[in-house]
Design a protein around this ligand. Structure first.
Ligand SMILES: CC(C)(COP(=O)(O)OP(=O)(O)OC[C@H]1O[C@@H](n2cnc3c(N)ncnc32)[C@H](O)[C@@H]1OP(=O)(O)O)[C@@H](O)C(=O)NCCC(=O)NCCS
Length: 231
């Protein structure tokens, strides 16, 4: 019913059309960062990996992965990742599903395929951003194994969670004892100052907390997998 396929340079118009239709459908377009034709073309060529989901005769969703390589805009620069590793970073860039096809697991489908593909490359670190105002975007990344580790300002000052996940393995599970469960805390997505401080003190988001009026983040203290130390 739904088929994922790799997109190539001939699919530029397709992505730009979907991008515009999806942007226009959003109540708050600020949560969805659109890409220039030049950037999309770069990802469609050898600068990344792009996927589309076919349904019937049309394409109803796309995902872009971007290899920042030595370019300035490398999200790892906002983490303690050693610069020698920057070439092994991929950005989980834009993902978008036409409104009528949301909730059908298409984000999950495309993320799974992209994770399988990067596992075969010399890529070890995945970074992504999502607006705290976009719980669907945050949830989609967390279900793909990403964890928010920072709050950053991107795209001309817009507030974003910065996510990290290692690849091909997942985040290591922190050892706990049966008698002493790991300390946990919850902060609402709206508590920018509290979240910023928690991330800097070495807490990372492990789950979305829906047991409150607005979305929140459940946090645990956890070192970033590549440091072995708290950030
Ligand atoms: C974020 C987005 C890509 C998620 O895509 P999706 O295909 O709907 O996501 P999935 O179906 O894989 O997963 C959504 C989860 O929410 C649930 N859900 C139920 N109804 C839903 C709905 N109407 N919309 C979204 N999710 C819904 C799904 O059951 C699923 O939960 P599960 O994995 O526990 O089963 C999509 O909402 C979207 O395109 N948003 C607009 C663009 C955007 O904000 N992109 C992210 C920033 S780049």
């Amino acid at each position: 019913m739904f088929d994922v396929r790799r997109l190539g340079p001939r699919d530029l118009g397709l992505i730009l059309d979907l991008q515009e239709r999806i942007r226009a459908s959003l109540a708050d377009p600020d949560v969805f960062q659109t890409s220039t034709p030049e950037f999309v073309s770069y990802c469609l060529a050898d600068g990344g990996l792009c996927y589309g989901v076919n349904h019937g005769t049309g394409t109803v969703a796309y995902r872009m992965v971007y290899f920042p390589r030595d370019r300035d805009f490398n999200l790892a620069k906002d983490t303690p990742l050693p610069p020698a590793e920057y070439g092994r970073v991929a950005h989980w860039d834009t993902i978008a599903v036409l409104p009528e096809w949301r909730g059908h697991g298409l984000a999950r489908l495309m993320n799974g395929r992209a994770l399988d593909d990067v596992a075969g490359l010399d890529i070890r670190h995945l970074c992504a951003t999502s607006s705290p105002q976009n719980p669907a975007g945050v949830g989609s990344l967390m279900r793909a194994g990403f964890r928010p580790v920072r709050l950053v300002r991107k795209f001309g000052g817009k507030l974003r969670f910065l996510f990290y996940r290692p690849t091909p393995g997942a985040w290591p599970v922190k050892e706990t004892t049966a008698t002493k469960p790991p300390p946990e805390r919850c902060l609402p997505f709206s508590d920018t100052a509290g979240l910023d401080q928690a991330f800097r003190e070495g807490w990372v988001g492990v789950d979305i907390d829906t047991d409150r009026t607005g979305p929140g983040l459940r946090l645990r203290r956890h070192p970033l997998p590549f440091t072995g130390q708290r950030i």
